[in-house]
Write a protein that binds this ligand. Sequence first.
Ligand code: NAI
Length: 341
Amino acid sequence: MKIALFDTHPFEREHFEAANCEFAHDISYLEPRLTHLTARLASGYPVVCCFANDNLDPETLKVLKQEGVQLIALRSAGFNHVDLKVASDLGLVVVRVPAYSPHAVAEHATALVLSLNRRIHRAHQRVREGNFSLAGLVGFDLHGKTVGVIGTGRIGSVFAKIMLGFGCRVIAYDLLPDKSLAKEVEYVSLDSLYRQADIVSLHVPLKAQTRHVIDQSALAKMKKGVMLINTGRGALIDTGALIGALKSGQVGFAGLDVYEEEEGVFFEDLSNEVLQDDQLARLLTFPNVLVTAHQGFLTEEALANIARTTLQNISDYENKKPLLNEVRDGMFKTTSSPHTN
Ligand code: NAI
């Protein structure tokens, strides 16, 4: 099928080229992000392929429909950037890549924990400038600490097991506890998790119930000096509240791979421009904050899986096979089946 692949990044193109040897789709690699302003580029393409920071709001979807698009193939697990109701009303089919490497994201969360704790980001800068002093670099043993995992689906459960490997005590909160993980991890209420955890790591999808789940009141319930890790979605955290908690010392460390307002900033080289986002600029001033630009998924294995599953989804649509990875409005709204990203 003819595919307009929006927001193409050099690191993923080679994986799509390799995977497409098997599928032989006709792919046009476009650099712009998909927004209502760029949607007309999809003219003549029955399929658009989108990434996590493309914006599939009602206006964009209407233009896509006018231009003859039938299928939206997300090359992400999350679909909070798509208005599924409007897509469904317009008869646009949406598919995604539900799982490509939970290890990639869980291991990145671990990298944030270790880097923040042992101040690797600061030590690296210092040593490069010839400063070999150890002042201010004291960390703590992970062994014996309590790690609170919010969301123990594919990624959260891998992260929990990694933390168990460090000798941590792991407590967790999930709407749908994982029975096998419950043999090693204690499921507790959110409030209890906040009270007990030395490290809190977020692995729930972004949806109405989880937006700003970490707000001022949640932060106030946590242990003073807690380490907060977010590789889920930026809007799980109220950034203003986090900045306040960092200033007061209530939060001792923050490791953020995602940010509420990352769209249009993350994935871009803005090094020659003045950063316009004051909250992000403030976050970047804290010595105990480590921000990465949504790179949790960025491993060779994950990229290969994303490319293959995306092209398989498109072939399944073309060949009228069952769409195993279709996402539809309302299908994740019950509390008993919350696997939404
Ligand atoms: P998953 O669907 O396997 O697991 C999500 C878990 O959250 C499930 O166990 C579910 O029961 C639980 N959950 C859902 N709503 C909840 C609620 N309101 N309260 C408590 N628990 C709730 O998803 P997966 O694959 O583990 O992904 C988790 C997150 O990671 C998603 O937000 C996704 O967008 C993000 N992600 C981030 C990436 C990155 O590069 N940083 C890459 C891929 C995913």
